[in-house]
Design a protein around this ligand. Structure first.
Ligand code: DHE
Length: 553
């Protein structure tokens, strides 16, 4: 078996945001001053050269801050502030960083992403105080805004014969690019520069555009009407980001379809409203606030999943560290109103039930799923599943015994947990765990389709040799029979699934420098096609336009 090669992204190729915000560099000096002035928390705090500090800061932003937070206060990963890390021997920290943990932390050295020297550097880095990254306000965001094609100059209908609704947007993670593939012909249609370690695509409510968000906060708007899809606008609105969503509401309170986009930042802790057609940044909403339970101020509440309500002109926004779900009303941005719903910490990813009314979000550090009613606009309940639930958008189907159900996989254990999600028709099972079965190992995503007989699960985080290259499916009609698994690849890690528009094909990615997309027939589970190409570098997430517009999962 081949091992995952070192990430394509080298330290010498720092992303634009790193160069564009020289404030990052003063952090180096401040941190060094702390250490040299002897104000570091203990005499044993290591010292780092300016270069080591710059390298470590970059690696931390790139690989660690997503789980541990820019200020290292913890979320999906534990608090790794310097005070606690100084109590641990350097050798133990090095091993953890290199090998990973059973709780779901990747072995950065084991998987080839960090060298032994880089793992050792990061062990020393976490023993010194966390530098605070700079802020970013509207003026700085507007300076990055580029409108390549004004709305009036865009075509009024598709300039090609392809079926846009069966386009797939595919993340090419380590090269910061997004590919668009024709789901009918499996041809590459276009490739776009979408930002450092680009995270997700979302289709606009009309399906005409794809929006992408890079981890560096770069947003792109890709027009699918063009003969070859074209980036018509871009902006950079955060230093660290994961989520984006559009406004979808059309109703008595107005027509907001594709009027706005909302970007959720990890740093600075804020969300940013942009014009949905031009990506001009309009409004910054800070998330600095207090935790739902202890009511203590948190300096870094990050924006996790965002999903547009179908019932009101609102975005449902998960505020990770405070455990609050904010309903952000976009109908009057000057007189902004928000409803803040107390749920559970630390919120991460989620999606709707089959009716589009209830939002199910993982509070993964509390091993719980929380349920929010977007029609009544209130908290419903929360319940335990397994170790660190991670549903992605989730999966909804009708169980022969329990009626409509939804499910999640887990970062911390190889288990799929199924719960009732039909409080009207099957109140006795609603929001209660009704089934659980072993998967191929700790995983990230599951997916199904209303027309499918199966639920697909990955085991991307499994540490067992080869297990992270497996796919396991469960039969809806006979779930208790357990998983049917097979080896889908002999290199890299298999991750994330998406259906085609017709709902009869499933696409999975082989996450590797020499990446692949495997396409299965959903009825026979047989491989139909395998896309291999030199442009297919580290593919991960993938989104079909039709399914994304209609919240089908
Ligand atoms: Fe993701 C969704 C955050 C690592 C692939 N990821 C999300 C969302 C958040 C998030 C908040 C929900 C967005 C939304 O709904 O608007 N992801 C994070 C992290 O903080 C984390 C754990 C660590 C990090 O440093 O970024 C992380 N994510 C990863 C990966 O390593 C993955 C597997 C590969 C990659 O490309 O980076 C990855 N995340 C995804 C995918 C989705 C996602 C494919 C969307 C799932 C969907 O079906 O819509």
């Amino acid at each position: 078996m081949r091992r995952v090669r070192a990430s394509v992204h080298r330290l010498s190729q720092q992303p634009d945001w790193y160069k564009a915000f020289p404030g990052i560099h003063w952090l180096v000096l401040i941190s060094l001053t702390f250490v040299l002035a002897g104000t570091a928390p203990a005499a044993t705090a290591p010292t780092l050269s300016e270069k080591e500090m710059a390298d470590a800061e970059f690696i931390y932003f790139d690989r660690c801050s997503g789980c541990h937070g820019a200020l290292r206060k913890g979320a999906t990963g534990p608090n790794i502030a310097d005070e606690a890390m100084l109590k641990k021997p350097l050798s133990e920290l090095e091993t953890t960083i290199f090998e990973g943990t059973d709780a779901g932390m990747p072995g950065w050295g084991r998987t080839g992403e960090l060298t032994t020297e880089e793992s050792a550097l990061m062990a020393r880095y976490v023993q010194i105080p966390a530098p605070t990254p700079p802020e970013m306000g509207l003026k700085a965001m507007k300076a990055t805004h580029k409108l390549y094609v004004p709305v009036a100059d865009r075509p009024s209908k598709p300039q090609h014969k392809r079926d846009i609704e069966n386009y797939f947007g595919v993340i090419l993670r380590d090269v910061g690019q997004g590919a668009i593939i024709d789901g009918d012909t499996k041809e590459l249609v276009s490739i776009h520069e979408t930002g450092h370690a680009v995270h997700i695509f979302r289709a606009s409510a009309t399906g005409r555009y794809f929006y992408t968000i890079g981890r560096d906060g770069k947003v792109t708007l890709i027009d699918l009407y063009e003969k070859k899809p074209k980036v018509v606008a871009e902006s950079r609105v955060c230093l660290d980001a994961r989520s984006i969503e559009v406004s979808k509401y059309k109703g008595p309170k107005g027509d907001f379809v594709d009027k706005y986009a909302l970007v959720g930042c990890y740093w600075p802790p804020q969300m940013v409203v942009l014009d949905g057609q031009t990506l001009e940044p309009i409004k910054v909403i800070s998330t600095r606030s207090s935790t739902y339970d202890t009511n203590e101020y948190h300096p870094e509440p990050r924006v996790a999943t965002i999903i547009a309500s179908h019932h009101a002109p609102e975005w449902v926004v998960a505020i990770k560290e405070t455990g609050m779900v904010w309903l952000v009303d976009y109908s009057d941005l000057n007189n902004l109103s928000m409803t803040q719903i107390a749920t559970e910490r630390f919120l991460h990813d989620g999606g709707f039930d089959a009716t589009g009314r209830y939002l199910l979000i993982a509070a993964n550090m509390r091993d719980q799923m929380v349920v929010v009613d977007t029609k009544e606009r209130k908290f419903v309940t929360k319940f335990e599943t397994g170790t660190k639930p991670h549903p992605g958008r989730g999966a909804n189907w009708v169980d022969p015994e329990y009626g409509p159900v939804s499910a999640t996989t887990h970062l911390g254990e190889g288990m799929i947990v199924v719960y009732g999600s039909d409080p009207e028709g099957h109140p006795e099972h609603a929001w209660k765990v009704v089934r659980e079965e072993e998967t191929g190992g700790p995983g990230l995503f599951l997916k199904t389709h209303p027309k499918s007989d199966y639920i697909w699960t990955d085991a991307t985080l499994s540490k067992e040799e080869g297990a992270n290259q497996q796919i396991c499916v469960f039969k809806k009609a006979d779930f208790a029979a357990g998983a049917h698994c097979w080896q889908a690849a002999d290199h890299g890690k298999v991750v994330h699934f998406e259906y085609n528009k017709a709902g009869d094909e499933v696409w999975a990615a082989v996450w590797d420098k020499e990446g692949e997309l495997i396409i299965y027939d959903d009825k026979t589970l047989k491989e139909k096609a395998r896309i291999k190409a030199d442009w297919l570098v580290t593919p991960t997430g993938k989104w079909n336009v039709y399914n994304t517009v209609h919240d089908i999962y």
